[in-house]
Design a protein around this ligand. Structure first.
Ligand code: ATP
Ligand code: TZP
Ligand code: MG
Ligand code: MG
Length: 251
């Protein structure tokens, strides 16, 4: 249903994102009927915030100019009551990323934070060694920590992995399943973050929309994995399946 809502609403999604996945995110958003716009310059944030329905802040390849633009865009979206989603990619990798994200969390109210388990640990200031930008060994309770972070920042926390956890601090959904092939391509998490942003823009019941989105994403990925031998084909078929699913729920 969440994909139907996105298709009906056709939200314009402002993605401030990393250069690794920008194209994949744009194609994934188009596949479900949303309209992506990638825009970063500080001077255009005011105009862009007026014409977009939701904002994604993904710090995967963060740099100076983007820091200022992200804070400004986040505050503009807050003042216009438009949803803002944070993907704190690799927050634990550098002190710079940690300090930037903690500053951002003081200045911008997020509708949802989407992350992997190591990124969740950094948000909660729990010691956890990540594997570069990927999740490392997890020796803490992911659902409990996600609930704590959701309460602390008054937001919805979506943690991805073999099992996904979605919580607003009070309600908690666990979503098993999916395919390991999702871990073999870059951008599976970042695309999910872009789709979360579209879901936030398209539904009044954001929590349940995010739960359904995570379920549908795992299901779609499983279909794509069964269709494909290699990861190149898998990445392309993930986009195909997103579009098929979004169209199927329309009819
Ligand atoms: P990482 O940087 O650690 O790869 P990410 O930001 O790419 O994290 P993932 O945790 O890989 O995000 O999540 C992306 C998608 O992959 C989600 O739909 C998640 O449910 C799925 N996923 C991740 N790991 C597994 C797994 N072991 N089995 C099944 N699905 C998985
Ligand atoms: N380096 C910086 S951002 C990025 C890489 C490889 C993409 C990460 O995407 P994902 O969705 O977390 O795999
Ligand atoms: Mg991944
Ligand atoms: Mg990620």
């Amino acid at each position: 249903m969440v994909l139907k809502e996105i298709r009906n609403q056709k939200p314009i999604i402002h993605c401030m994102t990393n250069y690794v996945v920008a194209n994949f995110q744009a194609n994934g958003l188009l596949a479900v009927g949303a309209s992506p716009i990638m825009a970063e310059h500080f001077e255009e944030m005011a105009d862009v915030s007026k014409i977009t329905d939701a904002l994604l802040l993904n710090i995967g390849t963060i740099r100076d100019s983007l820091c200022h633009s992200m804070i400004f865009a986040g505050q503009l979206a807050n003042s216009l009551n438009k949803p803002v989603v944070l993907d704190p990619v690799g927050i634990g990798v550098s002190t710079f990323r940690q300090e930037f994200i903690h500053a951002l969390l003081q200045k911008v109210q997020f509708t949802a934070i989407r992350c992997n388990a190591s990124e969740l640990a950094s948000l909660a200031q729990i010691d956890c060694v990540s594997h570069g930008i990927d999740a490392g060994v997890i020796d803490f309770s992911v659902p409990k920590t996600a609930m704590d972070v959701a309460l602390k920042y008054n937001t919805i926390v979506c943690v991805s992995g073999e099992t996904d956890y979605i919580t607003n601090g009070y309600l908690l959904s666990e979503i098993p399943g999916g395919t390991k092939k999702l871990t073999e391509i870059t951008g599976a998490g970042c695309l999910l973050g872009a789709l979360c942003t579209a879901a936030c823009a398209s539904s009044k019941d954001v929590f349940h929309s995010l739960v359904h989105l995570h379920e549908e994403y795992k299901n779609i990925a499983t279909i794509a994995a069964n269709n494909c031998e290699g990861i190149g084909d898998f990445q392309a078929d993930l986009l195909n399946q997103l579009k098929y699913k979004a169209n199927e729920v329309l009819s």
